[in-house]
Design a binder for this molecule. Sequence first.
Ligand code: HEM
Ligand SMILES: [Cu+2]
Length: 758
Amino acid sequence: MLNRAVVEGSALALLALGIFALWFSARRSVRPESDGGYTTSEEIRFEIDRLQSGVYRWLTTTNHRDIGILYIVFGTVAALWGGMDAMMLRTELVTAQADIWTPETYNALFTTHGLTMLIFFVLPVFFGIGNYMLPLLIGADDMAFPRVNAIGFWLLPPALLMVRMGLLVQVGGQILSLFLPQDTIQFFLTVREVSVGWTLYAPLSVQQPNPQIDLLLLGLHLSGIATTVGAINFIVTIVYERTEDVTWANLDIFSWNMLVTSALALFAFPLLGSALVMLLLDRNLGTTFFATEGGGPILWQHLFWFWGHPEVYILFLPAAGLMSTLLPKFVGRKLFGYQFIVYSTMGMGVLSFGVWAHHMFTSAVDPRLKASFMAISIAIAVPSAIKTFNWITTMWDGDIRLSAPFILCAGSIGTFIIGGVTGVFLAVIPIDVLYHGTYYVVGHFHLIVVGIIPFMMIAASYYWYPLITGRWYDTRMAKFQAALLIFGSFVTFMTLLVIGGLGLPRRQATYPVEYQFAQQIATVGAYVIGLSALLWLYNMLVSYWKGDVVQTTDPWDLKATNQFTREWQWFEERMMEKYDLEPSEPESTRRSYAPDMTPIGLLGGVGTVAENVYRNAWMAAAGGIVGTLLMTGGLGTAAYVGVLDPASFSEIAELVGLPATPLIGALLFLVGGAVTWPLLFLAFSDYLPGRLLFETGLVFATLISTGFAIAFYTGQQGLAFIGYLGFVLVAHWAYGLGLTVTFQYLRSRRRNAHEMEA
Ligand code: HEM
Ligand SMILES: [Cu+2]
């Protein structure tokens, strides 16, 4: 059995050391010593002075950009810490027995993981981005209350330390026990990380003796104060500090989201604070708010989720705001349906206070009451869907730039759809009763909390990197990192969704052996996520010291699509002042910005589709054949390794009334695919986002494979099912690749021929 405190402590120390080593080597290579290497004492004193004034500056700053950076750095540290918990959780689950950490350690791990991620990672990072960007976006000099802003931030580090003191005390205890006898350091060995779950349900949280629970409650309370203070500052800033030409009707979408988020926080967090105090009193002064006799544990659940569900939207809305801000920049089109996005944001804000009891469908609550909560929980899917449709429509016919932020946006929309749709199922009482407490829930909310929140944070870090640092990050590494992150998240959380659907309960360190392989797949996926997080950190740090210097005032070429927003105008002015750069002029405006699309009407649209098919049918046929050849490889392998049951093809044959043999079925399947798929693809090519390129092929192959997977689902169970889904995806990717490459090739040949004639 490994010792958690030692493992986690040393891993974090190693990470810190690694960062220091990076910094050190970067400084060396940037500033070589002129005299061949010897550092004089004068130079050392100079360095120390510099360090001192640096520390002093960061401790006392009230500038919104500095405080923004502080928040972001703090949130990143919390994310690494909470992420370390997650990696340890997944490591425990590699084997079906609890033989790496004890079940109690496992409980502590998911408790601290949840709390650290939800409280100390997400909101601080969003408050950081908000602090940095919001005044620039609305043309304010600073936040409304700069000093309050600083206080709001500086409450957070002590809060985190209080909440996570258990680990620090334990690490301290391990070190001390090397020198001192056990009984003198008893305190260090009894205080340990809290293990009652992040929802701190009474009566367990009242009864557990661990003194760390009290410290944790105080720490959470402190963080709640910090959040409230920050929220007030955002609200006042947005309401009162806008310049004259920023009206409610043209306030940018990120500020709108921060405004609604702050309003939610203002209503929700005081409630959490009160509930925490009540719990503290119950634990220490003998009150009976949540005692089974005299009070009621259900009261805790009501209070907790009345904060807890709005909190979910407090975390989600800023991410949605980033999506609405970034996506248009990378598809060269204005955000579709600005007003609807604003209204849906407000709608989610209001509704989110009316759904808390869907977390209590399996608790003793009056069934009639539950039914009304079910209705509102399903209703909240409407504003979520509005957002999704607007994002997809924004991409439609756009000119997609396949940069890392765009990859993350596209991945986010995908995971959000899966996470949201699975959430709607959970909102239906009979289904929740079945899946509550299984990995299905874990899969659902992680597809959202991982699939959109960190994705959008990272996308934003890439997008604004040139603005904040004046340098470029390594764009190739970033694309790779983005793809890795999406891949890892899909592997991990889709697997959890599946094993939860099969009924595996969550929050348990042990599980039946037949789930072991699936759990290992999920763990590998989680390590991939961890690796991509480290890659991101490496890229951010090293580029900060050594990245290419930005040479233009419009690094993303936003002027070309008329999206050179206020924060970039601020950047332009600064670059002109500091480096005498000329304001950059766009070379051309892109097609998608000035679409010569006369409204075609319903019939007109059909006409275009028919024309396209007619003109390009032979091309489609060629593409279809190449695609089919490639796909046969994927499906053949799947049948060969046994995840796809070839007999299932006979069902297709049966469907159209032919003899039910697998061979005829497979032939039908391939012929059908080779004809329908490429024709559809071509017919709608004018309407598809992006041109017929590699990435469009993959995007649509992904979409279509989902449909095929459902349509031809052939009754596999367990792991064979996961394998089946994997191969369907791979096969269709091969297909999409084949199609687009062929299309591209044929098209370029035809174009060349035309040019020869001309
Ligand atoms: C917006 C981002 C979302 C986040 C961050 C999120 C997060 C969470 C979390 C943390 C839980 C776990 C509660 C526990 O520990 O037992 C949960 C459960 C749940 N979520 Fe979500 N969720 C989101 C969206 C949605 C949506 C859109 C719906 C439905 C329309 C939904 C419905 C539910 C339900 C009904 C449960 C209760 C499951 C159970 O207790 O069995 N969620 N969610
Ligand atoms: Cu909820």
